[in-house]
Ligand binder design. Structure first.
Ligand code: SF4
Ligand code: SF4
Length: 388
């Protein structure tokens, strides 16, 4: 067993060509080799060769947004994301007692517990109304009427909609829009049973693999059967599609094969009837839709049936949100977002622009910069609604 537990063949796969560097958001804003995929891989090699897991090494890995843009760019098919996730496991076990306690509370007692999240969100809503939540935190305006009304599942479902943890309390209206579109397409929509409210994606990124495995097993059990599992969060969808690898069981592999991004399912099922819209939309590709799920074009296929689409010319570089990255590394995240916002405004030719984003984290982070961001489900629900 190596120090970080990395597969030596995977580590040796990087030939140091540097072709990934222009596709790395942290390298683009810092210009530092240590903030590039090649630099991070070399740092992992140094530790596997005997260097200590120092605070400098920890920061090199933690400053990575885990966007996986480097994987798409790499001609040698280096699986950077898997290596970074594995290295983070070793880092997580060496944290200070204080940090381990904070992490345990967040990852074990808040994110997977829906009731705790709902209670915390009501407290957040109160703080928002008292104007004591700093704007830099990027917390969206939370609809109290939506928070009061839980989603209700259809009888005899023909498809599940995965609702997740934070998204189901902060952006439940996106789920309502997705359900409306799916029902208009003739589906009967089921919801996850008890215990399936957190996919574990943030846990994987933080190096808490055993927690992520426990959550993954609960999510699999919460949506039994063989019907499709539709996910309207690109980050959660990428995690659910990776359960086969995370758990390594035939049951998990069969579950992952059922998972579809919302727009992927819409395109596969057959587009709903829509009326043409006069709106023009700039498409933002969430990294976990483009670089991990590789289904970014389904967003374009689904919404271009009604809307005129515009593209950014920044090679779909990350927006900087990265799960909780914008909280742990606010300055780099802001610089990465500034580039994305400039690319979006340039594509639109105006500051007044509507953006399509299939990931709640990206949507909230870009909205906090003043953009009007809509989920593809909301865009589709609006044009179906106009038809009625
Ligand atoms: S990760 Fe791939 S693209 Fe980047 S330096 Fe290594 S081999 Fe080249
Ligand atoms: S995952 Fe993203 S931020 Fe991390 S090294 Fe790769 S391109 Fe850079």
């Amino acid at each position: 067993m190596t120090i970080l537990g990395l597969n030596p063949d995977e580590l040796a796969g990087c030939v140091g060509c540097g072709l990934c560097l222009p596709h790395c958001p942290t390298y683009r804003v810092t210009g530092l080799e240590s903030a590039s995929p090649r630099g991070r891989i070399n740092a992992m090699r140094a530790v596997e060769g005997g260097a200590p897991i120092s605070s400098e090494f920890t920061e090199i890995l933690e400053a990575c947004i885990q966007c996986r843009g480097c994987e798409t760019a790499c001609p040698s098919s280096v699986q950077y994301g898997h290596m970074a996730e594995t290295a983070m496991v070793a880092i997580a076990t060496r944290r200070s007692m204080y940090r381990r306690t904070v992490d345990r509370v967040l990852y074990r007692h808040v994110l997977p517990r829906h009731r705790v999240l709902v209670l915390g969100t009501w407290m957040l809503v109160l703080a928002q109304r008292l104007h004591i939540v700093p704007k830099r935190f990027g917390v969206p305006h939370i609809s109290t009427s939506s928070l009061r009304r839980p989603l209700s599942a259809d009888a005899l479902p023909t498809v599940f909609l995965y609702t997740g943890c934070v998204m189901d309390v902060w952006q439940r209206d996106v789920h309502r829009a997705a359900m409306k579109v799916m029902q208009a397409m003739g589906a009967s929509v089921g919801l996850p049973g008890d215990g399936g409210s957190c996919c574990g994606a943030l846990h994987v990124h933080a190096g808490r693999r055993s927690d992520a495995q426990r959550l993954a097993m609960a999510v699999v059990a919460s949506m039994p059967g063989e019907i499709p599992v539709v996910v309207d969060s690109a980050g959660c969808g990428a995690a659910l599609k990776d359960y086969g690898r995370l758990l390594g069981t035939p049951e998990a592999m069969a579950f992952s094969a059922r998972v579809r991004d919302f727009t992927e399912w819409v395109v596969e099922t057959g587009l709903p009837k829509m009326v043409p819209s006069t709106k023009t939309i700039v498409v933002q590709d969430p990294c976990h839709l483009r670089h991990v799920q590789h289904v970014e074009n389904s967003v374009r296929t689904a919404i271009s049936a009604s809307y005129r689409l515009l593209e950014t010319d920044d090679d779909a570089l990350c927006c900087g949100a990265g799960g909780i990255y914008s909280i742990t590394h606010p300055e780099i995240a802001r610089q990465v977002r500034d580039r994305k916002v400039a690319a979006i405004r340039a594509a639109a030719g105006s500051d007044e622009v509507t953006v399509a984003s299939a990931n709640p984290g990206c949507a909230m982070f870009l909205s906090a910069a003043g953009l009007d961001v809509r989920h593809p489900a909301e865009l589709l629900a609006a044009v179906i609604e106009e038809e009625q």
